[in-house]
Design a protein. Structure first.
Length: 252
């Protein structure tokens, strides 16, 4: 039976004042009681959340499993966005010896006033490139039904290829975008952002009002499930061959 776990998603808004001064430091003794955490890493191209690496470091020290996410803009250059997101995932791997243990999500909240068909086409192009370093079990889309259905797509292709992190507050039964509900019904979520006014102080977070999520336990891998550097490189090459990308000849 699937167990439901809990954790926040965090960004600069939970750590910094508007002017950039810190609200305070995270109390790591309290923070380590979390089941998991999602961290905003990048947005568009050229923008890095100023506290992302600090939050990852806290998670690594406290043993809290985490994922990162990229806020996606359909109107911006998709190659540059993907390169920007991947460069920081790769930097995390260099600094901490591994990729985010829960993978990475694309945060899909806007259509930038583009036509639905254009948004769909660009998202299908962007997602495989952003997730180059990650196996399929670590790839997620964050969205809500009132965004994805009218502004992106209802194609089951998304549900077949990506986990769903859905936003719908103060309900145990979130509205599921059609791309997932067609396949999995009303229980088609993998993560559920259920509240945006949860108490952060109870977990040592300076901001007293944080986003709060329900997380199905299979989204959090066991410690011994992490890929080695060699396994990650092999996975990258397999993905490149499968998708027909041009890469230099791999040394044997």
């Amino acid at each position: 039976m699937t167990e439901i776990l809990y954790g926040p998603d965090l960004s600069r808004y939970n750590i910094l004042y508007v002017g950039g001064e810190r609200l305070g430091e995270i109390d790591e003794e309290k923070f380590k009681e979390l089941d998991a955490c999602a961290i905003k890493l990048t947005e568009g191209w050229g923008w890095l959340d100023p506290v992302a690496y600090y939050l990852v470091e806290v998670c690594e020290r406290t043993g809290v499993p985490y994922m990162t996410y990229h806020y996606w803009h359909p109107a911006l250059d998709q190659n540059r966005q993907a390169d920007w997101a991947v460069s920081h995932l790769d930097k995390l791997k260099t600094l901490f010896g591994r990729l985010p243990p829960m993978g990475a999500a694309a945060d899909v909240e806007t259509n930038n006033r583009l036509q639905r068909e254009v948004v769909d086409k660009r998202l299908r192009y962007f997602l495989p490139r952003m997730h180059t370093l990650l196996p399929g079990s670590m790839q997620t889309i964050y969205t809500r039904k009132t965004v994805f259905d009218p502004y992106v797509s209802t194609s089951p292709w998304y549900g077949e290829n990506y986990h769903l992190w859905v936003a719908h507050y103060e309900t145990q039964w979130p509205w599921i975008p059609a791309s997932w509900s067609k396949l999995y019904g009303k229980d088609g979520w993998d993560m559920h952002q259920i509240r945006e006014t949860h108490s952060g102080g109870a977990y040592g977070i300076p901001d007293e009002t944080i986003d709060w999520n329900r997380i199905k336990d299979y989204m959090i891998p066991d410690a011994d499930d992490s890929l080695t550097a060699e396994e990650m490189l092999d996975l990258l090459w397999e993905t490149a061959i499968k998708r027909g990308w041009d890469l230099p000849v791999k040394e044997q």
